[in-house]
Design a binder for this molecule. Structure first.
Ligand SMILES: *Cc1c(COP(=O)(O)O)cnc(C)c1O
Length: 424
């Protein structure tokens, strides 16, 4: 499958007159169509809810779009909870799936009525102390079966090496402890494989969690209110990959639901998801301009974005497809490293990538940056984070986060002598 940019060179030239590159550009139409498809794919389940993983993209304007399709927020930190609260989310619209959680984050999550998903059995007593024994009615626990998790097409991950979750034994003990402390409704959560590009992952995970739910109900006598399949549904970063089909994924989960939960008299259990990548990655791009070409032992194109804007290639060696806008139809008969300006040799958006001939001033569209992109950014080398723009369905462009300025960068020195000398 070929990957197409959702803007043309002409559009970007116009946008760049008002907002200089680099910038993030999001496709409202794509976000909406996908969110609608997710909702439809799970509409067979009455209580279904997608809790968008805020860490994937904490822009409130984009989250607001998802809200229109019934999505809640999955939060992992104090600031994500604060953002959700300020956006007017109701308690049960917020899932708090954190780990290694500090006191004040639990206290705040409880104060705003978020559903707390515990990462570890020792957190039950930890929380007991913070809440003075007053547990909320509904609590959730994160399960980790250990070992290696393998999906049919060979994609696998290594839960046994992961820091998250309760062991199976601890799930039973934990539910018992929570029941003793007055908890009435229970949730089960697991995140066992990341960026799965296969329609098998959710149905397989659902089967495992449904069987566990039946056992937990039978043995502990608790009411299971929801099963949270969490994130991990991937996107086709590479053009040769076949994208996941959310309708097939939803139907696969439906089949195991009917096989396992319905016969156990648990046909009222809600399915929750916490997708981040699948909801947003394909609908965001980094748009950057080629500012240098360098010919040494290799051919380099230097762009005005760097790993500060999009870190995934630098830290994971992640592939992000690149389209040279306006040159979509030209042959890819050049081989380039596309680099940013950090003093780090890993600051490359592409290595030995076949691309059409790139000239200075060309705009590069770096695909699939809508999740774990802007939010993962940092400020190394004192580089500033760029603006975020929304390409509306009517073709207009809206600034949804301004670019950082030096004043933002130095703001934590506010009150120190040096800050005054800079004349802010
Ligand atoms: C990161 C994360 C997600 C989202 O993962 P994606 O791969 O972006 O779908 C969901 N839940 C939890 C607890 C996470 O840590």
């Amino acid at each position: 499958m070929s990957k197409k940019a959702f803007v043309s060179r002409e559009q970007v030239e116009k946008i760049a007159q008002q907002y200089p590159t680099p910038f993030y550009l999001y496709d409202e139409k794509g976000i909406r169509e996908n969110a609608k498809a997710v909702k439809e794919a799970f509409s067979w389940n009455e209580g279904f809810k997608e809790y968008f993983a805020v860490k994937a993209n904490p822009n409130p304007r984009l989250i607001e779009i998802l809200r229109g399709y019934g999505c809640g927020n999955d939060c992992s930190s104090l600031t994500e909870l604060m953002l959700s609260k300020a956006m007017g989310l109701d308690g049960t619209d917020i899932m708090f799936s954190s780990n290694d959680t500090p006191d004040e984050e639990y206290a705040y999550a409880n104060e705003i009525g978020a559903i707390i998903n515990l990462d570890d059995i020792t957190h039950i007593e930890f929380l007991d102390r913070i809440l003075n024994g007053h547990f909320p009615e509904t609590m959730s626990c994160r399960y980790n079966p250990g070992g290696v998790y393998e999906v049919c097409n060979g994609i696998m991950d290594n839960p046994g090496d992961a820091k998250y979750g309760f062991t199976k034994e601890q799930m039973f003990e934990g539910f018992r402890m929570l029941k003793e402390r007055g908890v009435k409704y229970f949730g089960i959560h697991a995140f066992l494989a990341s960026n799965t590009v296969t329609n098998e992952y959710y149905p397989m995970l659902a089967g495992d969690l449904f069987r566990l739910a039946v056992e937990l109900k039978k043995e502990i006598g608790v009411e299971i209110k929801f099963i949270n399949l969490s994130g991990g549904v991937g996107v086709a970063y590479r053009p040769e990959q076949t994208a996941n089909d959310i309708y097939e994924i939803g139907a696969g989960v439906h089949r195991v639901y009917d096989e396992i939960l319905v016969p156990a008299g648990m046909g009222n259990v809600a399915i929750y998801t916490e997708m981040g990548r699948f909801m947003m990655a394909p609908y965001g791009a980094v748009v950057t301009k080629a500012i240098h070409e360098k010919h040494t032992y290799k051919e380099y194109i230097g762009v005005d974005a760097c790993a500060v804007n999009l870190m995934r290639p630098a830290i994971y060696g992640a592939y992000h497809h690149i389209t040279v806008l306006g040159k979509e139809e030209l042959p890819c008969d050049y081989v380039y490293d596309v680099t940013g300006s950090l003093c780090e040799n890993c600051d490359k958006f592409a290595i030995d990538r076949k691309l059409p001939k790139i000239d200075r001033g060309d705009y590069l569209f770096i695909h699939d940056a809508g999740a774990h992109g802007y939010s993962m950014g940092y400020n190394y080398n004192g580089k500033l984070k760029c603006a975020e723009l929304l390409l509306r369905e009517d073709g207009s462009v809206e600034l949804i986060r301004r670019a950082e300025t030096p004043k933002d960068y130095f703001a934590t020195l506010d009150g120190f002598e040096i800050y005054k000398k800079m004349g802010f």
